[in-house]
Design a protein around this ligand. Structure first.
Ligand code: BGC
Length: 536
């Protein structure tokens, strides 16, 4: 793998997200492990992906599936050892695949030694507190219980008072300071107080440790949750400054390493700290395209009619408006668009394999960086009513477990995921006797797996279908049509009913991929669920 310059490899990459708990168990404990990923590397390579993004795989009590880290420098024993990770990095590299880990930057586990030391201290640390502690009783307005909202949690002692959490109670917020310190509230320390500076250094130390072992970069969990009294309206200026400082250090130490925030990096007018943005699965633009919200309804979702739906009642409007904003500010911006992720619905979401094809065609030919969530390549479904394993249920109408069930490999016991007893599995396997599996689809013409492999291969083969080339919308409704660069036209019709448009965009082009889509004299005609890629 030739060293790319400053993370530019990411622009044309395809990412594969692995939720480590659910990919492949090799020691029979019912939970996936790194050996399992190593054993499956040839499969992963066969998808044509360039990078694997792992959800956190560090030592943790797993109150939040590992997003509560107890030791950033230690692989969780249930996944294996640090040596296994190094072996995985090396063997993946041999196949041209990079490894991206997940950095939980805004909080730790209550079991992290840093927290335990402060919990057992009499008062503030002389070196600066790593967490945010107060002794005065918080105003009741703070005491909300919404995961992801900062709120005060009463200290279980011996230290008196309250600590600030970042997500669940078991995830105390790390102290990165406040924009507006307040002497009346000594816990509101400036961003350059000793505690916050220690934590900034700790982030560099963690990055250094893993990048030194050959990791290619990090997805950063809740990246803009660092400085507590800023947010969307304040522009996250202080949190961005911390990341910019880290990026500047990386530029010297590991120039090719990529940092990807969860979500979108706020534009502050200064140089960017991150290498890409995420158009998150739980966010409205993504949901308006794909999500039927069976995993849960989040307040900012406005429609239950995704554009990629047989009824044909959705719109690309919200997605395209957001995309245009991104591109206006920065034409070269890398935007990651995932099929799904560990926090929300799967792409399948009630779609038939036939319907999935238009969605995949879009995802792998749009000018974004595609991220394929493990199992989506065979059309695994979101499983409703799964138990609340490792904090999966955030609120009664939002259950993430259904998107985290084990990979379905073959027709053997537990779908080849594990030899453990069914009741000992991390989460149940899809009980449907017709559940999709890799074995049933591998090498089978017309299967979802073959379709995904073909599309990813096509993207690799035609550079203008990757991230660098421009994306120009030709038609925003049904059928959805866009040009890539100068020489490619892509058309998808995600609805049941046929659709046609008049356009000269495809003049002089011939089909290179597709089904049910045809260039006519004056335009394009696409059958229901049809798709096509045309090239000059
Ligand atoms: C992760 C979630 C996690 C939360 C708290 C999110 O961004 O994707 O899975 O529960 O952060 O760390």
């Amino acid at each position: 793998m030739p060293p790319a310059e400053n993370g530019s490899w990411l622009t044309d990459a395809v990412i594969y997200e692995i939720y480590p708990q659910s990919f492949q168990d090799t020691n029979g404990d019912g939970i996936g492990d790194l050996r399992g990923v190593i054993d499956r590397l040839d499969y992963i390579a066969s998808l044509g992906v360039d990078a694997i993004w792992f959800n956190p795989c560090f030592a943790s009590p797993f109150f939040d599936a590992g997003y509560d880290v107890a030791d950033y420098l230690q692989i969780a024993p249930r996944y294996g050892t640090n040596d296994d990770m190094v072996e995985l990095i090396d063997k993946a590299r041999e196949r041209g695949i990079r490894i991206i880990l997940d950095l939980v930057a805004g909080h730790t586990s209550i079991e992290h030694e840093w927290f335990q030391v402060e919990l057992h201290a009499d008062g503030p640390s002389p070196e600066g507190d790593r967490y945010i502690w107060r002794e005065d009783e918080p105003a009741s307005g703070w005491a909300n219980d919404v995961p992801g909202q900062p709120a005060w949690v009463r200290s279980p002692g011996p230290r008196q008072g309250w600590y600030l959490k970042n997500f669940y109670d078991e995830q105390p917020a790390l102290n990165f300071g406040w924009v507006e310190p307040d002497p009346a509230h000594p816990w509101r320390q400036p961003v350059d107080a000793p505690g916050p500076l220690r934590n900034q250094q700790a982030l560099k130390d963690i990055l250094d440790f893993w990048l030194g072992k050959g990791v290619a970069g990090f997805r950063v969990d809740m990246a803009f949750s660092l400085v507590k009294d800023e947010g969307l309206f304040q522009g996250w200026i202080a949190s961005s400054a911390i990341w910019r400082n880290i990026r500047e250090w990386l530029d010297e130490a590991y120039p090719d390493a990529v940092l990807i925030p969860e979500g979108e990096e706020p534009r502050t007018g200064e140089r960017l700290a991150f290498d890409a943005d995420f158009m998150l699965v739980i966010h409205a633009p993504h949901a308006s395209l794909f999500d039927d919200q069976s995993a849960g309804i989040l307040p900012w979702h406005e429609s239950r009619r995704p554009f990629f739906g047989a009824a044909g009642e959705g719109s690309t409007g919200m997605f395209l408006d957001t995309w245009a904003l991104y591109r206006e500010a920065e034409p070269e911006r890398k935007v990651i668009i995932a099929t799904a992720d560990h926090d929300f619905n799967r792409l399948r979401a009630g779609r038939t394999p036939e319907e999935l094809r238009t969605a995949f065609t879009f995802l792998f030919t749009w000018g974004s960086v595609p991220s394929l969530y493990f199992g989506d390549e065979i059309g695994m479904r979101y499983l409703p009513d799964m138990p609340n394993v490792e904090g999966a249920i955030c609120n009664p109408s939002y259950n993430r477990a259904g998107a985290r069930t084990p990979m379905q490999w073959d027709a053997t016991e537990n779908a080849g995921f594990s030899t453990a007893a069914a009741e000992d599995l991390y989460l149940p396997i899809d009980p449907d006797p017709d559940r999709p599996t890799v074995a049933a689809q591998d090498g089978v013409e017309g299967s979802t797996l073959s379709f995904v492999r073909e599309l990813v291969a096509l993207r690799r083969q035609h550079p203008e279908l990757q991230g660098h080339a421009s994306t120009t919308v030709v038609h925003a409704g049904y059928p959805f049509a866009w040009l890539r660069g100068e020489n490619y036209l892509v058309v998808v019709n995600p609805r049941r009913e046929a659709a046609a448009i008049e356009t000269t965009a495809g003049a002089g082009m011939t089909p290179i991929f597709g089904s049910g889509a045809e260039l006519t004299e004056g335009g394009v005609e696409v059958e229901g669920f049809g798709y096509g890629i045309f090239a000059r």
